[in-house]
Design a protein around this ligand. Structure first.
Ligand SMILES: [Zn+2]
Length: 128
């Protein structure tokens, strides 16, 4: 289809050069139609839904870097979940090689049994 559009919008013009040789000028086919379409104009399906959600400030497929939380009671680590509980692994200190695993339940923020960081389960609806 793009080739057909290209043929319709580009009339063949031939320039005569001094030496008698003919040269066809290079034309940008999309320039006569209205420019090169943007990602938003040509995106379809899942990509289109993702771009529309990003415009609204949402991140339905978790493609952005997660936000940083301090892990205190007032600013707990947010753990999205489609159920009412989720298994959480806490790497209490940066250099630890062992992960502390515990179940996080819906409701009040819970503390990691090892380091005391707060985690809160937030219900997350899947896009589809
Ligand atoms: Zn911990």
């Amino acid at each position: 289809m793009a080739a057909r559009l290209l043929l319709r919008t580009c009339p063949l013009r031939v320039l005569q050069l001094r030496g008698g040789t003919a040269a066809r000028p290079l034309q940008r086919a999309m320039a006569s139609v209205g420019g090169i379409p943007t990602d938003e104009e040509q995106a379809t399906g899942l990509e289109r839904r993702t771009l529309q959600a990003l415009k609204q400030g949402k991140d339905p497929y978790s493609i952005l870097k997660p936000k940083q939380y301090t892990g205190t009671k007032t600013d707990p680590h947010i753990v999205p979940s489609i159920g009412n509980k989720r298994l959480v692994g806490c790497l209490c200190e940066e250099d630890n090689t062992a992960i502390v695993w515990f179940w996080l339940h819906e409701g009040e923020p819970q503390r990691c049994p090892e380091c005391g960081s707060h985690y809160k389960l937030v219900h997350h609806e899947l896009p589809h």
